[in-house]
Design a binder for this molecule. Structure first.
Ligand code: R5P
Length: 300
């Protein structure tokens, strides 16, 4: 029984201090439920409002691509430097420790391999399994203008219905077919369609001309897709320009895990994204960290 003797009587209800009613930190996400917002707070860093999402889901259609041959060796050491990890449930369960504290964005669409028509995807993860893994968001590829456009949009809307029911955000990845113009006009169309249909987060490519119109016309957060491997300075410039023009972070894969020093690169990207470091300074940091690491190997 609780001890009721000598209970301190003085209480302070701070009647002069109004209860704070802060808006949620992410664009377009204020009306979402507590569970959904809590999950978004694991995908995005609430202090910076941005994310360094490390994308390693490529194996779901490409198999063991360069840099991802051994996720246990090449990727696990980077986990402390990402805000969130984007991957398949197979790789999550087999290779990532359940004590990982960052956000987990699970690849939830799939089907065709690189040998077939890529837009012919289906939903590839059940919502109950996503809840069982305690993931922070589910990712679905949307092929606007692609052969199976409607089917991929149906995958998105089905997942949005389920995500809203269970409090799980849905990230729509805008895939750009080989024969399409990767320009602001196309990306505005693709991102806006996905947001209108209920996606909570968008992943799309950066374009040098008019990217700010893509972010401005999309009512929910956009994260920049990395794309094919670029020289490190160019990748850092691209990340810098994307967040400067309204992206809420990056979702990068090959530009990190195919770098000569993936650990140095992810730290440099983190400085750009979360602290607004200029690309040249971040590149210097990348080189310094890379040199330190090679020194450790030589000395060791
Ligand atoms: C496919 O389109 C996927 O979203 C990727 O597997 C991945 O997330 C792409 O990452 P990156 O282009 O930065 O290597």
């Amino acid at each position: 029984m609780a001890d009721t003797d000598n209970v301190k009587e003085a209480k302070n209800f701070y009647p002069e201090v109004p209860t704070e009613n802060k808006p949620f930190f992410l664009k377009g996400s204020n009306a979402l439920g507590w569970g959904m917002q809590n999950r978004l707070s694991r995908v995005f860093n609430p202090r910076s409002g941005r994310t360094v999402m490390l994308a390693i889901d490529h194996g779901y259609f490409m198999g063991p691509t360069t840099g991802l041959e051994r996720v246990d060796i090449n990727i696990v050491p980077l986990l402390g430097d990402c805000t969130a990890l984007m991957l398949t449930r197979g790789m999550l369960r087999s290779t990532i420790s359940s004590s990982f504290g960052g956000g987990v964005v699970i690849r939830a669409s799939g089907g065709p391999s690189i040998l077939k028509e890529l837009s012919n995807e289906q939903i590839a993860v059940g919502i109950e399994d996503a809840v069982r893994m305690n993931v922070s968001a589910m990712a679905v590829q949307v092929f606007i203008g692609g052969e199976f456009e409607s089917q991929s949009i149906h995958n998105l809307t089905r997942l949005v219905d389920l995500g809203n029911k269970y409090g799980l955000p849905i990230l729509a990845v805008t895939a750009v077919g080989k024969d399409m113009n990767r320009d602001a006009k196309y990306l505005r169309l693709a991102c806006r369609i996905c947001a209108e249909l209920g996606a909570h987060i968008l992943k799309t490519y950066y374009v040098p001309e008019g990217f700010e119109t893509v972010t401005a016309s999309c009512p929910v957060p956009i994260v920049m897709a990395g794309g094919k491997k670029l020289p490190e300075l160019d990748a850092l410039k691209m990340a810098h320009d994307a967040v400067d023009q309204g992206a809420c972070g990056v979702d990068m894969g090959r530009n990190i895990f195919q770098s000569d020093s993936s650990s140095a690169m992810i730290q440099a990207v983190g400085k750009v994204v979360h602290e607004g470091m200029k690309p040249q300074q971040a590149y210097q940091l990348y080189q310094d960290l890379k040199n330190e690491q090679s020194q450790v190997v030589v000395d060791g």
